[in-house]
Design a protein around this ligand. Structure first.
Ligand code: SF4
Length: 479
């Protein structure tokens, strides 16, 4: 999300005449785009601010144009005045829904005032702002389709820092994807805090009232639009264009463009979405399915809206409808009240599902969340760390096992560029989002090319192989 927020903020500033510099010593304005989801992310920004303090002082004594420093995004919204009081070098604070205000805020800051705009919006989606990609001629791009989240998981700060769920109109998303296709982009990732609960209500309005038979019909509609056996903890919206409709239309724009999406919630995978992924050759057969815990008791405390059993049923359903699907997940170790038995259930879930990629963290309590107000952060730090290490070790073991099953297969790889470790090798991604490294060879493959790569070896994090032939997404046949 931060990459996309940076591109939006930059697009707004560029329109008002700002230019970008790669040399921080020459910058008149330094803006840090921030995330608040974990304490560590905020600490990184605090450290960065310390470095900038020295730079700003140097600039004040040596230049007639004093440097202005601003914080954008979640951290600005979460800490507000506390940040202004503690960080004397800050001139500008802009919350995630205030980027349109940046030119005004910077004008005020140039006039010597400290300026902030932090209100969250019920409507802002930046639908009319075409983000400016940070890497010119990049072959992959992010496209924001919705913002905010209504789920209120008890550990999560997002609903407080990024506000209520709202979706960008389909037409503006299609326009942006078409533009990216025209620029030669070969992979688009649709982005949102809760990406698959996307619902464009801009062109259709549905009344909440109605007869009891209408209400019954609406309830049935709701059930059909969720994953089997899942519930929402809030009253879901009805009508409008859903994620499935959007995915269908986006994937029709350019048959040579891969489509991914992140980050979804497990509750929003009705069969219609799974069938579409299975049938459409350019929607990647890779699903991020954040579990967070393998214990029903902990999932209830987290307010995730599903049990271990419903999650596992969903995994079975996904694997049945999309054979060969690659799964990834998020887990939190040491959430409030998590016992050793709960932890063992998480380990057994990791083993039972088999994920290719995982994002694992030790729990850190965030102020304002439900957990902060109602639960005890009672798992000692060393126990959290030990459980986290258990999960990481098992994840690696399982990912290595799954990746080894790909040795001998041929994967269609989208080339990203030269491998970081060797200029003689290229690096790219498979349909399942695995990193694939292979020798350059005689063919002059370029970023954005599709190459059929025979996989010769694997580890828990990557695959290695040899280029067989230049490939095409249109020729790829689902397994
Ligand atoms: S679904 Fe839960 S974890 Fe994800 S952003 Fe929303 S509240 Fe946070």
């Amino acid at each position: 999300m931060n990459v996309n927020d940076t591109e939006i903020a930059w697009s707004i500033l560029q329109r008002t005449g700002y230019q970008r510099t790669a040399d921080i010593n020459k910058a008149d304005v330094v803006l840090l785009v921030t995330c608040s989801i974990r304490e560590k992310a905020e600490q990184t920004i605090r450290n960065r601010l310390q470095q900038l303090t020295a730079l700003k002082k140097r600039r004040s004594s040596s230049s007639s144009t004093p440097m202005k420093v601003g914080i954008l995004g979640c951290m600005a919204g979460r800490l507000k005045t506390e940040l202004l009081q503690q960080e004397k070098l800050l001139d500008v604070l802009a919350g995630p829904d205030s980027y349109r205000d940046l030119p005004r805020l910077l004008r005020e800051a140039q006039g010597g005032q400290r300026a902030s705009s932090l209100l969250l919006s019920l409507e802002e989606t930046y639908a009319d702002i075409m983000p400016v990609q940070q890497v010119p001629r990049a072959r992959s791009a992010f496209v924001s389709i919705m913002r905010g989240c209504d789920n209120m998981c008890s550990y999560c700060i997002v609903p407080f820092t990024r506000g209520r769920e709202r979706s960008r109109p389909v037409s503006s998303i299609l326009e942006e994807v078409q533009m990216l296709s025209n620029q030669g982009v070969k992979e688009v990732t649709l982005l949102g805090q809760n990406v698959n609960s996307y619902r464009d209500l801009s062109e259709q309005q549905f009344s909440g009232g109605g007869s009891s038979s209408q209400q019954q019909q609406q309830q049935q509609q709701q059930q059909q639009q969720l994953s089997r056996g899942f519930q929402t903890i809030y009253r879901p919206r009805l009508g409008g264009l859903r994620f499935c409709h959007l995915l269908d239309r986006v994937s029709r724009i350019d048959p040579d463009m891969r489509i991914r999406f992140t980050s979804p919630h497990p509750k929003d995978f009705p069969d219609e979405v799974l069938h579409l992924i299975s049938e459409r050759h350019n929607i990647c057969r890779q699903i991020h399915l954040p579990a967070q815990s393998g214990s029903t008791r902990v999932l209830k405390a987290m307010r995730r809206g599903y049990t271990r059993e419903t999650y596992l049923d969903l995994v079975t359903n996904i694997k049945t409808i999309i054979p060969g699907v690659s799964l990834s997940s998020d887990f939190i170790s040491g959430f409030c009240g998590e016992t050793e038995d709960d932890h063992q259930e998480t380990l057994s879930l990791i083993q039972e599902v088999g994920y290719n990629i995982g994002f694992l963290f030790a729990y850190s309590m965030r102020k304002k969340t439900q957990a902060f107000h109602r639960l005890q952060d009672d798992v000692p730090p060393d126990v959290k760390q030990r459980r986290l290490q258990d999960c990481i070790a098992l994840f690696r073991q399982e990912a290595a096992r799954l990746n080894a099953t790909l040795v001998g297969s041929t994967q269609l790889v989208l080339v990203e560029g030269v491998s970081k470790r060797s200029a003689a090798e290229l690096c790219g991604r498979s349909d399942g989002n695995m990193k694939v490294i292979f020798p350059k060879g005689d063919e002059a493959f370029q970023p954005g090319d599709y190459v059929q790569v025979e996989i010769l070896s694997s580890s828990s994090q990557s695959l290695r192989g040899r280029a067989v032939i230049r490939g095409s997404l249109r020729d790829s046949v689902p397994p």
